[in-house]
Design a protein around this ligand. Structure first.
Ligand code: CTP
Ligand code: MG
Length: 162
């Protein structure tokens, strides 16, 4: 059950989490604005973050497929990495369009954008998901986010507990 989720989603999760450590960089949108006058994506989406996400995510995909001797897992992993990063970028685009500043919270979308993207991209190359497990994975991700934010808050790494 959990093994199934880790097997298919570990590359996407790593790709989604690793850009956080980049900090600053060149914005993907190069500072450009959309017709509405707001930033296309904002400073929270950088080229450096994208590269680090692709590098770390695809490393996990490669390691997994070698360890489990499954070439298919490599293809799914790479697609999941791409889907995760693109999903995160797409949700950023829509957050700017509804007027939310970079980093402003949009519950569920912030946590699940990468997961939806990864799932869609894996399905695009022939993955037949166990939908019950995919749904369970979504619930686990939301709970994990709440927990890590709470821990970061009590360790004084964050100012707010969400
Ligand atoms: N990040 C990055 N490049 C990316 C994705 C993320 O550099 N392609 C880094 C940024 O420093 C970002 C952090 O990871 O602030 C956390 O990512 P995320 O929560 O997705 O971005 P937000 O800052 O919340 O921005 P947004 O409101 O656009 O989602
Ligand atoms: Mg965010």
């Amino acid at each position: 059950m959990i093994t199934y989720l880790v097997m298919y989603y570990a590359p996407a999760m790593v790709a989604n989490a690793s850009p956080v450590f980049v900090g600053r960089g060149t914005p993907l949108d190069f500072g450009k604005r959309f017709w509405d006058g707001r930033r296309l994506l904002g400073d929270g989406k950088t080229w450096e973050g994208l590269m680090v996400g692709m590098l770390f995510g695809s490393t996990i995909a490669c390691a997994e497929s070698v360890l489990l001797d499954s070439p298919a897992l490599y293809v799914y992993g790479l697609m999941a990495v791409l889907g995760a990063l693109i999903g995160d970028i797409v949700s950023s685009f829509f957050k700017r369009r509804i007027g939310l500043e970079r980093g402003a919270p949009l519950p569920l979308v912030d946590q699940l954008d990468f997961y939806v993207g990864a799932t869609a991209f894996m399905i695009a190359v022939g993955w037949k998901p166990e939908w019950k497990l995919v749904a369970l994975g979504a619930i686990i991700i939301v709970i994990l986010h709440k927990l890590t934010n709470l821990i970061a808050y009590y360790l004084h790494l964050k100012d707010v507990p969400w």
